[in-house]
Design a protein around this ligand. Structure first.
Ligand SMILES: [Zn+2]
Length: 159
């Protein structure tokens, strides 16, 4: 029965799912997951993944670009965060090299999507909300050229 096409759209199935979600052990599991590091990261990034994967469904040309590009997944985001922490010791903005508080983080495309960048791991970095918004559609090098706060020595060690 579950393999029948369209089964997941039936009222019967939806009713089953609704009851399932209301079971106390399922609710408890969900709460526990929401408290965990992985859960927090996942919940926080749902919108981000969705927007990144849908923003180019706007016109025909964008559709083509979108098809060619790898989709952004929660696993890639998780790897980027983990590698950032491994590299700097704590979650750190790769643009200004200062630590980031939870909730103030943004995911930056080093080469912006609008300029042909993609969702590969090497093109993504964790930044402050503020730093990412200041960078806009520039590349990191273009950004650093106009960012006086960052010293030359710090720039050299930035990835
Ligand atoms: Zn920053």
């Amino acid at each position: 029965m579950p393999n029948k096409p369209g089964y997941q759209q039936t009222i019967k199935y939806k009713e089953y799912r609704r009851r399932y979600r209301q079971r106390p052990e399922v609710k408890a599991r969900k709460r526990e997951y929401a408290q965990s590091y992985e859960g927090k990261l996942r919940i926080r990034n749902y919108g981000r993944v969705y927007r990144s994967n849908h923003r180019f469904y706007l016109n025909e040309k964008s559709k083509e670009q979108y098809k060619k590009r790898k989709t952004l997944t929660i696993h890639i985001i998780q790897e980027i965060y983990e590698e950032n922490i491994k590299q700097y010791g704590t979650l750190t903005c790769y643009l200004c090299l200062k630590p980031i508080c939870f909730g103030d983080d943004h995911l930056d495309h080093k080469i912006p999507l609008s300029r042909g960048g993609n969702n590969e791991k090497y093109n993504l970095g964790v930044t402050h909300k503020h730093c990412n918004l200041c960078k806009r559609t520039r590349t990191p090098d273009e950004y650093w050229l106009s960012a006086p706060i960052l010293k030359q020595s710090e720039r050299a060690s930035a990835p």
